[in-house]
Design a protein around this ligand. Structure first.
Ligand code: ZN
Length: 251
């Protein structure tokens, strides 16, 4: 049942899905995928959305916009106060949907490697941090994780991506995986909105090496952390641990 179709785009739930079986549940970047015989529901939680399972007939909360009734007697409800989320349907192969088809590789998947980054950097005038945050190259590496991965790899964020040699990209791909895997295990970084099942904010935020630590001593060498703005985003690095290594910087 659609209680309010006016999310970021009008809600698309074809009538023929009523009574059909959910064959699989997946994820691509920030999109949740509910797979049916005839196609896939693509759900995004936007800025403020959440999905919760409730007993059928439970009182609606304000901003419960979409209700999917399940054969178990429970229902899946999409609550989204700011309505930046979406529920869209793609017949056939979900990866052909316009929101999904240009997405880069998954950073924790088998396709991600230093070679992917190295190839994407070729001939492009972009700094390495912005390459790392380009969702057409690799998805899910947000501002915090890009800063932390570059610190661990010892690469300055403002280095021209095309000047970085393959072996340094191999190292960077490894640190991206490390940072993401560690953050997932520690319950994420987000300070507000997302709570772990015990209602506590993610712990990883308290262990960041550089992000948000301007002027504070580097945890490795004690040098004050510096910050700058790249691509409109605050960027943090240690001027001693993160070298330009002879790569030419884009100022
Ligand atoms: Zn340092």
């Amino acid at each position: 049942m659609v209680r309010n179709p006016s999310l970021r785009w009008p809600v698309e739930i074809p009538e023929h899905l009523a009574g059909s079986e959910v064959l699989g549940v997946g994820r691509r970047a920030k999109y949740l995928l509910l797979e049916f015989q005839s196609g896939t529901l693509i759900i995004h939680l936007g800025m403020s959305g959440s999905l919760r399972l409730t007993e059928e007939g439970a009182d609606y909360r304000t901003h419960d916009h979409v209700v999917i009734s399940l054969s178990s007697g429970r229902s899946l409800r999409l609550n989204d106060p700011r309505r930046f989320g979406c529920v869209l349907f793609q017949p056939g192969d979900a990866s052909e949907h316009k929101l999904l088809r240009n997405l880069g590789v998954e950073p924790l998947g088998n396709e991600f490697s230093g070679a992917v980054l190295h190839a994407a950097a070729r001939g492009r005038r972009v700094v390495v941090k912005n390459l790392l945050m380009d969702g057409r190259v690799v998805v899910g590496v947000g501002n915090i994780y890009a800063s932390e991965a570059l610190f661990r790899a010892g690469i300055r964020p403002a280095v021209a991506a095309r000047r970085i040699p393959g072996h340094a990209y191999d190292r960077l791909a490894q640190t991206v995986r490390e940072v993401l895997a560690y953050a997932v295990n520690r319950g994420g970084t987000t300070l507000r909105d997302f709570l772990d099942p015990d209602g506590q904010p993610g712990y990883f935020a308290q262990e960041l090496a550089v992000y948000g630590r301007t002027g504070a001593p580097c945890r490795d060498c004690g040098t004050p952390i510096k910050s700058l703005v790249l691509g409109g985003r605050s960027t943090f690095y240690c001027p001693k641990c993160q070298r330009s290594q002879g790569f030419r910087r884009i100022s």
